[in-house]
Design a protein around this ligand. Structure first.
Ligand code: ATR
Length: 282
């Protein structure tokens, strides 16, 4: 029996997930198949109900369904509850667990691909949207101190307020960044600034590293959740300063790896998954 995993999306056209998951099934000799489904929001309930079948591992969930699927879950993990979004549905013998592997995937990306351990470190998180929630959850889990800066300060304040029971986080205005800079170990961009938009390359950066030339720790890590382009203006600036840096591809792969492991109970072949994606985007 071929067992299937899906992606709930709308539209589904540009997803890289089928490539990496199908490569992983093949590499491990698992009779599995991953398919992206383009599902209109009105049709979610019926499709999700079908995930209870014996031959379904579960599903990934992406834009615009990450919040909409929540009412259809039998149970939510703590990560999904705190982040307020589900990116992975796991079929546990007919019961559906809503989980979020963006957070755990980000930690693995930092550690396994970036060779950076954020435990107890001082972090500047840029942005306060949905992606920021997952990153903040992951960083607080490992007891990092997180300063959140966002274009709209009130959203950063609201985010810090929501997460303060989990650890040490605070919202800061942009003007506070210069005095913080010398103590930062990690700067992570969770905004879409720098992303290719409608085929247009962006020259924007959420932070101008050139303003802080002598104030940057030499082992500062710069991390961007954007992976199109592979090198955003922020990462180009980091490279020019010989700083460690990582784009969002590793987070994409490791959130997928964590989903794969929860579905199959097997260790995901992350190298194979990286290679499968590189074949498609290069
Ligand atoms: P996602 O789910 O991908 O995080 P989102 O919830 O819409 O998307 O959040 C987008 C984030 O990028 C927000 O922090 C947003 O800032 P605001 O809260 O001020 O809107 C940030 N963002 C988007 N475009 C931006 C820009 N041009 N400059 C600065 N921040 C930007």
């Amino acid at each position: 029996m071929t067992k299937k995993a899906f992606l709930l999306a709308y539209p589904a056209g540009h997803s890289l997930s089928p490539y990496m998951h199908n490569a992983a099934f093949k590499a491990l000799g698992i009779d599995g198949y991953y398919e992206a489904l383009e599902i209109h929001p009105d049709d979610l309930a019926g499709v999700i109900d079908g995930f209870r079948a014996e031959d379904v591992y579960g599903s990934n969930v992406t834009i615009p369904h990450k919040l909409a699927v929540i009412p259809f879950m039998d149970e939510l993990s703590q990560a999904a509850k705190m982040i307020g979004a589900v990116n992975t549905i796991i079929n546990q013998n007919g019961k559906l667990l809503g989980h979020n592997t963006d957070a755990s995937g980000y930690l693995r990306a930092l550690r396994e691909d970036g060779a950076f351990d954020p435990s107890g470190k001082e972090v500047l998180l840029l942005g306060a949207g949905g992606a920021a929630r997952a990153l903040l959850f992951s960083l607080l889990q490992v007891k990092a101190k997180v300063y959140i800066q966002n274009r709209t300060l009130s959203k950063a304040q609201e985010l810090a307020e929501n997460f303060k029971s989990l650890g040490n986080c605070e919202a800061i205005p942009q003007e506070a960044i210069p005095s913080l800079m010398p103590q930062l170990d990690l700067i992570v961009n969770s905004t879409s600034v720098g992303m290719i938009h409608k085929g247009q390359v962006s020259h924007e950066s959420p932070l101008d590293l050139d303003l802080f030339k002598n104030d940057l720790k030499t082992d500062l890590m710069i991390s961007d959740i954007v992976y199109r382009p592979a090198k955003t203006p922020l990462l180009t600036a980091a490279e020019a300063k010989s700083l460690r840096h990582q784009n969002g591809l590793a987070m994409l792969v490791y959130q997928g790896a964590d989903s794969f492991e929860m579905w199959t109970g097997q260790i995901a072949p992350t190298q194979v998954m990286f290679e499968a994606i590189h074949l498609v985007i290069h």
